[in-house]
Design a protein around this ligand. Structure first.
Ligand code: FAD
Length: 417
């Protein structure tokens, strides 16, 4: 007999867990199940490159909720099961153990898989990506015999891993293909600041470097060869070059898609009674002037989950949440609000040498985003500038004696100039 759930959530990560939590908070009384291919109950991913990697936090401390929570709330956790196909007209999914589960509403929250290198040696032992608990536990199993680590990719995850591993006493090299780290997500002053910080901690940051292959011996990685011919001898390689959204079963069922599953403003896909949320959802965001984007952040996973939960209980509200993000490297706490995509100007507020400063991003003279390093006050106050898309003078933004909150009302002054 096929079990049918009122809401079936596929994916037990941040978005899937939060969808169930939000539904119960909104007093939804129907049956809910989360089917996830991870054998664990839902846990947080950000610590995987930070405190869990270093060993400061145990697995119990990164659970999204304790096990009893899911039992108390009547949420069935179907662990270690992968959905392989969907029949949208029958409202059923099939899992990799050939099981069939019915749904009234389906929430697709499958995130993405870590992108692998496309070069010889990509699959040698000792080459790691970091997306799940298992990934980090596998890395931990090798850590005692590891002295040198090459991190491929200078994005947030690569840099966080570099900071964590250097904290653990490893000799770390970061290879970045572009001419600066964080090039896709931040302005140049932030990139240069982080490059200098990592170098000061003994991390060798190499820019404009293309990996040609991973060299191996007896099936194990022993070096990374660059296009220039240079070889970095290493005991371990960590690849942090983004994710590929896990959307094939939905795509095969006919859902409209691009770089992710296309969703409307309530998280609805093109298939009846099917929603998509989190890292796998391609949506038009208010903060990108309604152009399509797929965001990879806890904020987006949580807020899209809430948006879809509201739609399911019949109280739909369009997705309008303000994007935010954080990253921790060494003693540097970066907080980001808004999206700097397409910015035209970046204003430095404060002095990076003080290790507390912000970058304010402007488009057409209006504030679209802030990156705040050890500057929580700017982050909190800057949010209103982003939400209001406030036009502000660059000399005011760069003057640390002027609190950002006092600039919120300056819109008309500036536009009338
Ligand atoms: P996920 O959390 O990836 O969950 C998706 C789940 O679905 C996975 O368990 C997956 O295995 C499962 N799944 C996939 N396909 C199927 C299928 N067919 N059937 C069943 N299950 C399936 N964000 C921040 O905002 N700040 C940070 O500091 C930060 N640091 C990060 C550090 C690391 C190492 C990583 C990996 C991510 C970090 N992120 C951070 C990003 C953040 O964790 C993600 O944006 C968030 O996890 C997205 O949630 P999600 O539920 O959409 O996807």
């Amino acid at each position: 007999m096929t079990i049918t759930y009122d809401v079936l959530i596929v994916g037990s990560g941040h978005a899937g867990a939060q969808a169930a939590i939000a539904l119960r908070q909104l007093k939804f009384e129907g049956s809910i199940a989360i089917v996830g291919d991870d054998p664990e109950i839902p846990y947080e991913r950000p610590p995987l490159s930070k405190d869990y990697l270093v060993g400061i936090k145990s697995f119990d401390r990164i659970l999204i909720r304790p096990e009893a929570f899911w039992v108390d709330r009547g949420v069935d956790l179907l662990r270690g099961l992968r959905v392989v196909s969907i029949d949208p007209s029958a409202h059923r999914v099939t899992t990799d153990d050939c099981g069939v589960i019915g749904y009234r509403q389906l929430v697709w929250a499958t995130g993405g898989q870590a992108r692998k290198l496309q070069c010889p040696g990509y699959d040698l032992a000792g080459v790691h990506t970091i997306r799940s608990r298992d990934d980090v536990d596998n890395l931990h199993a090798e850590i005692d015999t590891t002295m040198r680590v090459v991190v491929v990719g200078g994005g947030y995850i690569g840099l966080e891993c570099a900071a964590s591993l250097s904290k653990m006493g490893k000799q770390v090299t970061v290879l970045e293909a572009l001419d600066r780290v964080l090039a896709r997500v931040a302005g140049e002053p932030l990139s240069r600041f982080y490059e200098a910080e990592h170098r000061a901690h003994g991390v060798d940051i190499r820019l404009n470097e293309q990996v040609e292959c991973i060299e191996g011996r007896a099936g194990r990685a022993i070096g990374v060869r660059l296009a220039s011919g240079e070889v970095f001898a290493t005991d371990m390689v960590i690849v942090g070059i983004g994710i590929v959204p896990s959307v094939e079963p939905l795509r095969a069922a006919g859902a409209a898609s691009g770089n992710g599953i296309a969703v409307g403003e309530y998280g609805q896909t093109s298939l009846p009674d099917v929603f998509a949320i989190g890292d796998c959802a391609l949506h038009t965001n208010v903060f990108t002037d309604y152009s399509e984007i797929r965001l990879e952040s806890v904020q987006n996973a949580h807020d899209m989950a809430l948006c879809v939960a509201k739609a399911i209980i019949g109280n739909p509200e369009p997705y309008r949440a303000v994007p935010w993000f954080w990253s921790i490297q060494y003693d540097l706490h970066l907080q980001t609000v808004g999206l700097s995509t397409g910015y035209e100007q970046v204003v430095l507020r404060g002095n990076p040498e003080d290790r507390s400063f912000s970058l304010v991003y402007l488009k057409a003279g209006r504030v679209v985003a802030l990156d705040c390093v050890n500057a929580a006050k700017d982050y909190v106050q800057g949010k209103a500038l982003v939400v209001g898309r406030v036009a502000a003078k660059t000399q005011d933004l760069s003057d640390v004696s002027i609190p950002l909150k006092t600039l919120v009302g300056t819109l008309s002054d500036v536009t009338s100039e």
